[in-house]
Design a protein around this ligand. Sequence first.
Ligand SMILES: NC(=O)c1ccc[n+]([C@@H]2O[C@H](COP(=O)([O-])OP(=O)(O)OC[C@H]3O[C@@H](n4cnc5c(N)ncnc54)[C@H](OP(=O)(O)O)[C@@H]3O)[C@@H](O)[C@H]2O)c1
Length: 269
Amino acid sequence: MPDPQPVEGPVVLVGCGRLGSAILEGWLLTQTVAASDLIILTPSQKPAAEAARAQGARVNPPLEVLAEAKVIVLAVKPALWRDVMTPLLPFLGDQAVILSVMAGVTAPTLAEGIGGWPIVRVMPTTGVSRGGGVASVWSADDRARALGRALFQRMAETVDLADEALMDAATAVAGSGAAYFYAFTEALARAGEAAGLDAGTADVLARATLRSAAESMGDDPLDALIGRIASPGGSTRAGLEAMARDGRLTAMLNDTVAAAVHRNREMGA
Ligand SMILES: NC(=O)c1ccc[n+]([C@@H]2O[C@H](COP(=O)([O-])OP(=O)(O)OC[C@H]3O[C@@H](n4cnc5c(N)ncnc54)[C@H](OP(=O)(O)O)[C@@H]3O)[C@@H](O)[C@H]2O)c1
């Protein structure tokens, strides 16, 4: 795929907390948006916003500049978005697109609060700050979806969702997934300890193995990757068979993702 063009602004980032800062750093690192095209709204000083300001971004300018904004990226807590957006709406032009990265706030809920502007929802991971995140994109509007993709595809593996309802499942897999792998790594280390390793050595081995597995994964099919390590009758194959006995690995992950989907729905209700 050809390298996507930088996104022309102004691009307005509303909220520069954990995710907002990660997005900002990713945009600048991957040159998705020129700093001079960025407008950042933040109630308190943030290192990422100050770094962007030093490169030419505008931080908390008079709200009249929002009239030209191409996209407003809403990165505040779900409980706050109405209070945050209401004072901005009178300044927005017809061309603006609203991009929400908020978990659980649906497009109909957003539309009811903000009116007729096209909406795109994106669920990114904070790995975007290093240009290596994951992002799920959904919009009912083609222009808004294309803009959502363009803003994230240089810094994330970006997938289009066919239905907004899938956002909860995508969040349960990608948004939460790193924590599942960390929990698995912790359990692997403790299992190594149970097998006789000291705790520190088991931690080093489990963490280094996760890193090394991630680095060598590439785009090869997962069963081919497993086959390269687990020869028939070997010790890895014995371990894999124990892990999958009676379908317990599949059942455990089905329960894990279902619980996260359920909680995402509860929080969005
Ligand atoms: N963190 C993640 O990994 C992640 C992943 C996917 C989605 N999300 C979504 O991203 C959103 C933000 O999450 P977060 O973890 O980044 O939360 P956070 O660290 O609390 O950031 C929220 C930011 O919103 C700012 N804010 C509050 N009022 C504002 C206003 N009137 N104008 C502009 N900014 C305002 C806060 O500023 P102050 O610090 O000055 O109070 C704060 O920095 C949430 O809706 C969450 O669902 C987060």
